[in-house]
Design a protein around this ligand. Structure first.
Ligand SMILES: [Zn+2]
Ligand SMILES: [Zn+2]
Length: 361
């Protein structure tokens, strides 16, 4: 006996997992919808069943198998390819011993929601062959795959474009035509600010508080089940149906008190700027209002910023650029000196980080 063929899942037909006949079409005489388990030979011409041509029936053509004893998937006869029951010792078609037989291929599992029970017919291979009799169209799987393929192509093209925009550069020789500088002082002021927060976090010095009810979060509440019917090819000319259910959830809002209010605090207000086209930088006058005090209208310094700039011209194309330099190299730089600069090969934009003086400068 072939003990390996007797799998553990020797499922008995039950109401929970009903078992139905797979169907097959005779490729010799064209007889259609023959029964996978009961009709191992074509009743019209006597040809043997080809297990590769089995398919799932449409729902209105399901034929139940009662008291089905599962002995594992069928095995193909090594001599004639005829499918034989998993526990057979000799081929029912040609009589060869089934010792070296291989298990037949099964159809892929099928999942369908209850709603679209009527929407789809058999598996792809057969709905194409039996298009005239199939009551429904096959799923447009190849179209979907094609769409996905083109989407992938477009995304990679965009990635290449973005990559080249950023990283594909060429080197150009440039001449310094001028040096300039810029100095900034950023200034805060102390003033009423409009803010909002959940009322349990309201600042103590808030005033003009307005409260309102708002959705703060959502909770997930179990709300019934959504079920699908799964069809599993058992490989012996039958398939079983299984219900696969998942709990559905519905979102329910959680409300809370939201507060809009005013509060006096420091925040960014203005900046003071000084700039020049020479090499004598100085700080602008900040002219802070009531400096050192903390009341509405007073100002304080937040931060300072300096930029040392060089203006450049491409010695060949005469295209101009401006780049920021470190203070020491800016101080030593001369109008008329030559530099090397990398620019984007696509947009021509300068890469100031690459700017270096040419040897001998
Ligand atoms: Zn036939
Ligand atoms: Zn055989």
């Amino acid at each position: 006996m072939h003990d390996d063929a007797k799998s553990d899942q020797s499922a008995q037909s039950s109401d929970a997992n009903p078992i139905y006949e797979m169907l097959w079409d005779c490729e010799y005489c064209g007889s259609k919808k023959l029964l996978g388990k009961t009709q191992r030979f074509c009743p019209e011409c006597g040809a043997g069943q080809d297990p590769d041509r089995r398919y799932y029936p449409a729902d209105n053509e399901k034929i139940a198998v009662h008291n089905h004893h599962y002995v594992g998937a069928d095995k193909s006869c090594p001599a004639c390819d005829h499918p034989n029951s998993g526990n057979s010792e000799y081929c029912t078609q040609c009589g060869s011993p089934m010792d070296a037989a291989k298990v037949v291929d099964t159809r892929t599992e099928q999942m369908r929601t209850e709603r679209e029970q009527f929407a789809r017919g058999e598996n792809k291979k057969h709905s194409q062959k039996a298009a005239s009799q199939a009551p429904s169209a096959p799923p447009p799987a190849p179209a979907k795959a094609k769409k996905r393929f083109w989407l992938a192509v477009i995304i990679s093209l965009i990635a290449v474009l973005v990559f080249s925009l950023f990283f594909w550069t060429k080197e150009v020789a440039v001449e310094a035509t001028g040096f300039s500088w810029q100095r900034l002082i950023y200034i805060d002021n102390y003033a009423p600010r409009s803010e909002g927060t959940w009322c349990n976090g309201l600042p103590r010095d808030a005033y003009q508080v307005k409260r309102e009810r708002k959705i703060r979060d959502y909770k997930q509440i179990p709300d019934g089940q959504s079920c699908q019917t799964k069809r599993i090819d058992q490989g012996d000319g039958t398939y079983r149906e299984q219900q696969v259910c998942k709990t559905k959830y519905r979102k329910e809002p959680i409300y809370d008190q939201y507060c809009r209010y005013k509060v006096d605090k420091w925040a960014s207000h203005r900046s003071a700027i000084a700039k020049g086209k020479d090499k004598r930088p100085y700080w602008p006058k900040a002219n802070l209002r009531c400096e050192g005090q903390r009341r509405v209208g007073c100002e304080r310094e937040r931060s300072r910023e300096t930029a040392y700039l060089v203006q450049l011209i491409d010695t060949q194309s005469r295209k101009t650029y401006e780049c920021e330099l470190g203070e020491d190299i800016w101080e030593r730089g001369q109008v008329g000196s030559y530099w090397q600069l990398k620019v984007s090969a696509v947009t021509g934009g300068e890469r100031c980080g690459s700017l270096v003086p040419v040897a001998g400068y």
